[in-house]
Design a protein around this ligand. Structure first.
Ligand SMILES: Nc1ncnc2c1ncn2[C@@H]1O[C@H](COP(=O)(O)OP(=O)(O)OP(=O)(O)O)[C@@H](O)[C@H]1O
Ligand SMILES: C[C@@](O)(CCOP(=O)(O)O)CC(=O)O
Length: 458
């Protein structure tokens, strides 16, 4: 007899790519990614089917958002096509929007479970998703004493802050479903093998849902936390049949359990004592896929010039990682004023190369509006430096700041006074600038206590 299924909860961190935007899309370069302490949690519990008879049904809810409920039926496809997942009608003539990230993560996770245990019956379950405030700029309202706020809007109406919600969601969802249905000897997120399986499976499903555009650094940090990341070869995923197609089941398992060439160096990334990250939301936005397309096209057409910039940036990124590690290993002297001077210089030099990449490719990676804001912040006492993270543009900026209350208080005050009006530049005007309530996080995926969600029972 199969062991009874135990409610299971897992969470994953957000991300910020501090160095290596665009470069990390190519395996010859690396990305320096910090995990952030905003998390997305997924809780899986057994349910009795709503119809009374035991049909195959999984209900997914994101109760902090309106109309965020998705009901799925599932069945094994013929010819080793894996588990196919279809949307069930919720009733009340509600037209609910589909959630491709959830649908794909469920299809891939159930297929992997089925490929390991083809004779078992996958019993009905309910899955709740709960996310920290920092992922969205919509202000939430508290629900009793829960850390998870009620956003009062639909997911369509929410404004993301660019912290990688879909990656944290897909990874924690996959980890929670696998941990719920599989015994520890088949899947254990507290083991190296379990982390690798989770990484590979979440990369495959996130890439499928997202249209295969990213380097996967966001999934890597959702699993492993802060790290120096070298991507997997994109060809690894190209021969996988589409879900439902003959051979998808066996080939997904072979892919997930096979050898990948991803390189994840956790020890290469450290935050020195006395320093922290601060993220600032600039209340604007950019369209990453279009920027990526244009930068890569320019690189292809200007290979020699691009090579020079890419090499300069890679050198700067490596210097940044090395200096952070050196500082983290040093004994901290309280009043050593010059302690972070070298770090500041490395960041400034990286910014020059980033601007070069942007100007040459015609993409506003660090546009003048962001240059002005970064320069304004860098001049403040206790701010070591800052960059446009990830793809850059008009999204957030990230600062490295001395971890002192007065430094943070003055930074917040000066940001609230910041006026973008004086910057004469084409393109959008930066709106209100505020800090996002997050800081770096070294830990990746982790199990959670169910009591965290007691206020969110429906
Ligand atoms: N709390 C949530 N519940 C359910 N689905 C969510 C939730 N948060 C995000 N999503 C899904 O993730 C999508 C947003 O993912 P997307 O990749 O566009 O942004 P992101 O990962 O937050 O930001 P970025 O990739 O710019 O860092 C939403 O449209 C929704 O489908
Ligand atoms: C441009 C790119 O290198 C980074 C994008 O990062 P972000 O989504 O802007 O945080 C793309 C990628 O690596 O997936």
């Amino acid at each position: 007899m199969e062991a009874p299924l135990i409610p299971t909860a897992v969470s994953c961190p957000a991300k910020v790519l501090v160095a290596g935007g665009y470069l990390v899309l190519d395996r010859n370069y690396t990305g320096l990614v910090f995990g952030l302490d905003a998390r997305i949690h997924c809780v899986v519990e057994p349910i009795k089917s709503t119809s009374g008879v035991s049909i195959s049904e999984i209900v997914v809810k994101s109760p902090q958002f309106r109309d965020a409920i998705w009901e799925y039926g599932y069945r094994a496809k013929e010819a080793d096509g894996g588990m196919s997942v279809h949307t069930l009608s919720v009733g009340h003539n509600q037209v609910l929007s589909r959630n491709p990230f959830i649908e794909t993560a469920l299809t891939y996770a159930l297929t992997y479970i089925w490929s390991l245990t083809p004779d078992r019956i996958i019993s009905p379950a309910s899955i709740r998703i709960l996310a920290d405030q920092a992922y969205y700029s919509n202000p939430g309202t508290p629900l009793s004493s829960s850390r998870f706020l009620d956003f009062g809007v639909s997911l369509k109406e929410s404004h993301k802050t660019g912290l990688g919600s879909s990656a944290a969601l897909v990874t924690s969802f996959t980890a929670a479903v696998l941990s719920f249905y599989l015994s520890k000897d088949l899947f254990d997120i507290e083991s190296e093998r379990g982390l690798t399986i989770l990484h590979n499976l979440a990369q495959a499903s996130h890439s499928h849902a997202q249209g295969k555009v990213g380097s996967g650094f966001d999934i890597a940090s959702a699993v492993f936390g802060s790290c120096l990341y070298k991507r997997f070869s994109p060809s690894l995923l190209s021969s996988l049949p589409a879900p439902g197609q003959p051979g998808f089941g066996t080939q997904l398992r072979a892919l997930v359990e096979g050898a990948w060439d991803t390189e994840i160096a956790k020890a290469a990334i450290k935050m020195p004592l006395g320093l922290r990250l601060v993220m600032c939301d600039v209340d604007c936005g950019s369209e990453t896929p279009g920027m990526v397309k244009q930068v890569l096209k320019w690189r292809e057409e200007n290979a020699t010039e691009a090579e020079g910039i890419w090499q300069r940036l890679q050198g700067g990124n490596e210097a940044l990682a090395a200096e952070l590690t050196t500082l983290a290993e040093e004994k901290q002297e309280d009043d050593d004023k010059g302690r972070f001077a070298k770090l500041g210089v490395i960041i400034e030099e990286n910014r020059v190369a980033i601007r070069d990449m942007g100007e040459k490719s015609g993409v506003p990676i660090e546009p003048p509006q962001q240059t002005a804001l970064l320069d304004y912040c860098t001049k403040l006492d206790g701010v070591v430096g800052g960059v446009v993270p990830g793809a850059g543009g008009f999204d957030a900026i990230v600062l490295l700041v001395e971890n002192k209350e007065d430094v943070l208080a003055i930074l917040k005050q000066r940001l609230s006074e910041y006026k973008a009006d004086d910057v004469a530049a084409e393109g959008p005007k930066i709106g209100r600038v505020g800090t996002v309530d997050v800081r770096e996080e070294m830990v990746g995926v982790k199990r959670e206590e169910l009591s965290l969600y007691k206020e969110w029972t429906t």
